[in-house]
Ligand binder design. Structure first.
Ligand SMILES: Nc1nc2c(c(=O)[nH]1)N[C@H]1C(S)=C(S)[C@@H](COP(=O)(O)O)O[C@H]1N2
Ligand SMILES: [Mo]
Length: 230
């Protein structure tokens, strides 16, 4: 498809998806809870900056399954499929040609560290969803990493505007140890919901637990509810 026609299609589909999920999104705990647990000044979605049980770090610890896949940009692919109208397999060039979002957000790891004000560039999950157009009965995604990691999200969480597939951190290519060349981030949920080395986003019409969700972590991962383990 020609560039501008594709962009128009994304913009139109983005607006429809926003309308479809707006109410559900506003009702999610990290936007709606009237007694959120945490400390510090109120952040942009109305929660205390530091969720309960978290301590701020300036370092950036690394967590993985024991190995870090090496994905060169020419071999990198992102498949987005499942319950969608237009499944795609994107090359790096395709991915970088999509609308790019800059954002500064916080990162809350379930192991009790939080890193604040991280500066990112990437493609929003909302725009990726707009590209493939999930069917009406799609409710969740399962994200897959090149290291076999998986993690699941509801669409009302996944389509929040701060959920990005990032390739740039503080104006540098994202380091391999942190999921480079491309990972997902979920600033309103614990960070295990963001797959590093992401290779596939699968739209589903039901929820399906991922790697940690099957091993005792909470399915929902709400930082301001201390919602860590089941
Ligand atoms: N592919 C993949 N993604 C992953 C993980 C992993 O092991 N593999 N670990 C998760 C966990 S538990 C956390 S806390 C964050 C850590 O990201 P970091 O290593 O960049 O701090 O990535 C998440 N995404
Ligand atoms: Mo984690």
């Amino acid at each position: 498809m020609e560039g501008s026609a594709k962009l128009n299609r994304i913009v139109e589909a983005r607006m429809k998806l926003k309308a479809r999920f707006a109410a559900k999104m506003k009702d999610t705990p990290s936007m709606a809870d009237d007694k959120p647990m945490g400390t510090g000044k109120i952040n942009r979605h109305g929660m205390p900056t530091i969720p309960i049980g978290q301590a701020v770090t300036t370092k950036w610890p690394v967590l993985d399954l024991g190995y870090q896949p090496d994905i060169s940009l020419d071999r990198w692919r992102l498949r987005i499929d499942g319950n969608v109208k237009h499944p795609v397999m994107l090359t790096w060039e395709d991915f970088m040609a999509l609308p790019q979002t800059h954002d500064i957000s916080d990162f809350h790891c379930v192991t009790t560290w939080s890193k604040l004000d991280m500066s990112w560039i990437g493609v929003s999950m909302l725009d990726l969803a707009a590209l493939v157009q999930p069917h009406e009965d799609a409710t969740h995604i399962l994200c897959h990493g090149y290291d076999t990691y998986t993690t699941n999200l509801s669409l009302e969480e996944a389509l929040k505007p701060d959920v990005l597939l990032v390739h740039t951190f503080e104006n540098q290519p994202l380091a391999k140890e942190h999921g480079g060349p491309c990972r997902m981030i979920t600033p309103q949920l614990y960070a295990w919901k963001g797959a590093k080395w992401i290779k596939r986003i699968e739209f589903l019409n039901q929820d399906q637990p991922g790697f940690w969700e099957e091993r005792g972590y909470s399915n929902t991962a709400y930082p301001w509810r201390n919602d860590r383990y089941d």
